[in-house]
Design a protein around this ligand. Sequence first.
Ligand code: ADP
Ligand code: ADP
Length: 230
Amino acid sequence: MSELRFDGVTIRYGNRRRGTTAVDGVDLTVPDGAVVGLVGESGSGKSTLARAAVGLLPLTGGQILLDGQPLRHGSGPRPVQMVFQDPYSSLDPRMTIGDSIGEAVPRGTRSADRRQEVARLLELVELDPARAGAYPAQLSGGQRQRVAVARALAARPQVIVADEITSALDVSIQGTVLNLVRRLQRELGTSMLFISHNLAVVRYVASEIAVMYLGRIVEHGPTAEVLADP
Ligand code: ADP
Ligand code: ADP
């Protein structure tokens, strides 16, 4: 995994005279192997920053660096993979979960290896590989979200950006997804930017917390310190 760094990143929607500066000069580093929690009120710019990190939005200013190199969004698998609040943003309801995950495995992988990789990823997210033929609608919300994580991992990303991935889940099943995040970090050293408006969720997975307000990072530090602040 890798270090992701936002360096003076500014993102505006609309034009110069009429528009919104959604992200305003953000400096933020996700260290190699760390889970950094990004919290903030609705509208503070979290999703905009996330989408820029995976190349879904152009920057107005600044740059995004992966291990010190400007992030490139060419063809081929994206080095930064995103998992969304709604698993259907990355899972096609008409495809089996095995095919959805397999599709994200880098091209050039032989089909037998691809099947093996799908089985390995399903096990990693604690689903029975025998369920590869199931469709997303046949799974629970928590299982679907774990399949979305498996699909993101299939692309062998350097960093994962998780945008409110537990927010649409019942509290009783949020834990299965959060435990997966913790395990990925511990066992694979996955670098992750973990976005949530829910502090209880963030404190459970993140070693550092950054607080966003009106497009800026207004506070950033170790989780215990940020939460201890009056
Ligand atoms: P958050 O994820 O923290 O809720 P967003 O990144 O979604 O915040 O939004 C930040 C700001 O950008 C808000 O003022 C929002 O209204 C605005 N915004 C978000 N998406 C768009 C868009 N596609 N076009 C114009 N403005 C947008
Ligand atoms: P969540 O989907 O919220 O993470 P669980 O993973 O505990 O919750 O699964 C919910 C239900 O789905 C359980 O009752 C279990 O019987 C069934 N289930 C879970 N994983 C599998 C699997 N790999 N194969 C078959 N059934 C499963």
